[in-house]
Structures are given as C-alpha cells and as structure tokens.
Design a protein around this ligand. Sequence first.
Ligand code: AMP
Length: 448
Amino acid sequence: MSFSSLGLKPELVRALDAMGYTSPTPIQERAIPRVLEGRDLLAGAQTGTGKTAAFSLPVLQRLHDAAPQRGPRPPRALVLTPTRELALQVHDNIRSYAKHLRLSSTVIFGGAGMNPQLEALRRGVDVLVATPGRLIDHIERRSVDLSKIEVLVLDEADRMLDMGFLPAMKRILGVLPRQNRQTLLFSATFASEIKQLAQQFMRDPEEIQVTPQNTVVATVEHRGHPVDTSRKRDLLLHLMAANSRRQTLVFTRTKHGANRLAEFLEKAGMRAAAIHGNKSQSARVKALTEFKNGKCTVLVATDIAARGIDIDQLPVVVNFDLPTIAEDYVHRIGRTGRNGSSGEAISLVAPEEGPLLRDIQKLLRQDIQMTSIEGFEASSPLQMNGSLKAARRPGHGQAQRNARPAGSGQKKPAAPGGNRPPRQGQHSGRGGGQGRPNSGGGQRRQAI
Ligand code: AMP
C-alpha cells in the first residue's frame, strides 16, 4: 500500500518520501481515505502508531484543495492537544508534511510569550495547533477568530480530560461553527466521557481502532523486580550500571520524585534530566532535545509530562513507581517495541504496590515476570490483595525521601560491566502474597 493509493497529492507524498516514510501505518491506511471523504472520525490510537500523520495529511490536503487563501485570514483547521510538548511536535510534523503546499500554520501554548502568538495570528494562518488553556486566553482577548474552522482535531482526548480540560474543551467547541465542521477525535482509551463528547459534538463518526484497546505490542518484554521503596534508587543504578549508555526513559509518579531521582542519578555519574509540569517550557524542551540527541541518557518523567513525547524506538522504559492508573502503564510502555523492534518494560515494585501490579496484569491480560535481584530483595511479600487506595497514596514515596544517599545501599556499587552477576529467582507476581523472592535461579545478569 502506498500513500498515493490512499488518495494523497504528489506534494504530500514527496514530503513523506523525504522524511523516509515508505508506507502508511495501519491507522493511516484506515483514517486517511475516510478523512479525505469528509467523515468525522473517532479513532483509538496511541502515540507511536503514526496518528499525527493520519489526521494531518488529509486535513492539509483538504485545506489545500479549497480555494487558496492569501493575506490575513482566520484559521480553518484547529488541532487541540493536552500538552505543550505534543503541540510542538504536532506542529513540527505539520510543517514538514506541508513543505510543498502553500499553507501556513502556527502553534500556541501557555508558558510562552503572548506577543509572537498574537503576531502570528494577526498575519493569518491555515492551521492552528493549540493547548486548551492558552486558546481560551486568546478567545477572551478576541485575538483569535475561530468562526472559519472547518476541521477540528482533538488529539489525545482522553489525556485532555485527565488533565481537567473538559470545561475548556466544551467552551472552545461552543465557539466553533457547527455546520459542516469535520471533527476528528483521537484517544488511546474511550472512557464514557469521551463517548459522550463524541455523541454531543460529532456527526455519525466512523470508528477506527488500530490496536485492541489497552494492549501493548507483543515485542515488548515485561519484567518486574520486587524491592523496598527505600532501595529503588540503588536498584535502578545497579540495573543501569551494566548498560550506562542505553537511552532509558524512567517514570515516577510525582514531580518531586522525578527531580530527586534525576539529581540522584546525576550525582551517581549518569547523564540524567527530569521533565515534568513544574519545569519551565524551555527546560522541558532542552531536556527532551538532549535526550533525543543522546547528550543525556536517562530522562525521568511524570506521566503527564511524558504524554505524547515523540521519541522513536526506545530500547527500555522503567517504571520506578508503578502508575496508579493501569492504563498509564500502556501509555508509558508505548514508547518501546515500536515498529516491530524489541523493547523492555521494567518495573520496580514495592510490596505495597501489589494492587497496582494486579490491576496492570489484569489490563494486559498477562503476568509480569517478577524477579528478585540479590542484595535488593523486598523485605516483605508483594501485597497483591491489598487496597488499591492505600497503594495509590502518595505517602508511598515517603521511604524514598528517607532513602540513603547514592551508593550507600551497596557495599560495592555496581560498576559498568561489573563482575558480580546478581542471582535471581523468578516467580509470578499474580495471585496473593507471592512476592517473596525465590532465591534459587539463574545467574544471568539483568541489566537495562
Ligand atoms: P505518532 O504516533 O504520530 O506520534 O508517530 C510516531 C512516529 O512515527 C513519529 O516519529 C512519526 O514521524 C513516525 N511515522 C509516522 N508515520 C510513519 C510512516 N508511515 N512511516 C514511518 N514513520 C512514520
């Protein structure tokens, strides 16, 4: 299947060729013809599936085919995204795809200066990519005219709801034209609010699901290590030591946790950075760029900050804390094992996180292989039958705050390529009270 056989113009196909896209991904194959027909779309697809091109390409073609517009003009397509990072990435992609078309675009998001955004809107654009909060600011200032919007894209709609943007989204939808507007909604999951939103604001949408909901690709190997919270940092360092150059994305539950962990790793000699909502926009972009170009090897992120981060093919993702919402595990892991290559998902699981592990396994419909690492065994069994509420309590990070300083957890900190392979025992994390390591087992070094 080729892009031109989907009905895309040579100008777009040429841009895709230059970017090395040889054939469409499944979501592109299914979405592009429908969007070109003018249908509304309700698409279940997560980051990494090629969803950005799936909506951008036909939208650009549609705008290009309409009468060419010149001079100051209001936007005709609006893409709403939950985060600034995603807005920037979507906009970058749109610019690359539109390289040979006479269409202009701009991106607006909070935390950046107002003046360049006002200026760009004044000059006139065809495509506007925005985060909901800053777009509302512009609506209130009357610096944006949304009365000519023909296509609306809600990208990562589930995350926009998670972030509390429902009122903002409804407000924006309220000022958009209803007649003849095409609406494309992309979401990794379909909670009832998303369905409601679709019913309220879409016209007979075509439903597309590219991966069965809440599944992860088969090429990802999932494994976990039972460990006390206070020992997680040392275990992470130990696991990373054998492969200190491997690009690793580490997830923590809190912003403070991300900062503390990045600092700890830096002190231990790793090139690490943290990315979360409290960091300035420029610090986030810098961390992401350094991680992408390999200047920094470990990126510690919270779920919200990492959402939509466009990093191609990571070999490993580490859950330093298990996510409190099982679906977030799927989002986190979506960054590894892409395009058929293999990937690893490693979870450090404290005994009290058993109920979270139980939920994730239920969602994945598979067990995560649990393996104790010698010297880091958990002091109590995984509490698989405990309460989810208790496991989600942020106080779970308390022990982490009291954790010993770098290296103090091990008599001999593991050096890269170190010579003492830890002994592991394997057991399944499913079922009640099985968390106790089985000290027998192989001598294979578990490194990340
Ligand atoms: P997305 O799911 O939109 O975040 O895209 C994930 C990554 O896949 C991005 O780096 C895209 O540039 C890339 N990509 C999207 N479509 C294709 C394609 N047809 N062939 C190769 N790479 C693609």
